[in-house]
Design a binder for this molecule. Structure first.
Ligand code: ZN
Length: 202
């Protein structure tokens, strides 16, 4: 099947229009590694991965017969900045005890901003994909679906298709456009912390 035909076929199966959950989790974990300056509890890392895939729980809408284009459907309200901020606040104010904040050297507001950004990373990656509908990033102010002007990430197959030749192409594509930038971000942050921040404390 030609590449264009394959993308059209994938677009007709809307629940397959996303980067893989692994890539979402890898990117948000890289954000966490850049954010953390102290050893973080395991719960922190679990929630970092969870919030990066949380918006895609809306695929359940397909089972409920909710249309893809509906704001209650896939890439609808759960793919909005408001949803991400609410998720970040709920996590920050319910998931960590006060003494853990001291150990992590982070305030609840700092954690709320971080977990909001980690959730927004899901929207950002989805908007870079080349199939399906865009994300309802500005809901409830606008129901329009948005894509980034440049969309290098291929839509991802799920299940058995993932082990097909096309699945391997998707994996290679995500390594280039998600995994490598994520690793670069962690390396650059670590280098900055070791050089600039260490120099300032000496
Ligand atoms: Zn998504």
């Amino acid at each position: 099947m030609a590449d264009g035909q394959r993308l059209m076929a994938v677009s007709r199966r809307p629940c397959k229009t996303m980067p893989t959950i692994f890539s979402h989790a890898i990117f948000s974990t890289a954000l966490g590694a850049a954010y953390a300056t102290e050893p973080m509890p395991k719960r922190f890392w679990f929630l970092v991965a969870m919030c990066s895939v949380l918006p895609d729980f809306d695929v359940l809408a397909f089972n409920l017969g909710i249309p893809y284009r509906s704001v209650w459907g896939h890439r609808g309200f759960t793919h909005s900045a408001l949803f991400a901020v609410l998720a970040g606040c709920v996590i920050a104010w319910t998931a960590f005890r006060q003494e853990e904040l001291v150990t992590m050297k982070r305030s609840r507001i700092s954690l709320a901003i971080f977990f909001s950004v980690a959730t927004i990373s899901h929207l950002a990656l989805d908007s870079l994909t080349n199939g399906g509908l865009g994300v309802a990033a500005l809901w409830p102010f606008e129901n329009a679906r948005y894509f980034a002007p440049w969309r290098p990430i291929r839509v991802s197959p799920i299940g058995a298709d993932f082990f097909s030749a096309y699945g391997m192409q998707v994996l290679a594509n995500e390594i280039v456009w998600i995994w490598l930038p994520a690793l670069t971000m962690v390396a650059a942050t670590r280098l900055f912390q070791r050089t600039v921040l260490t120099a300032n404390t000496n």
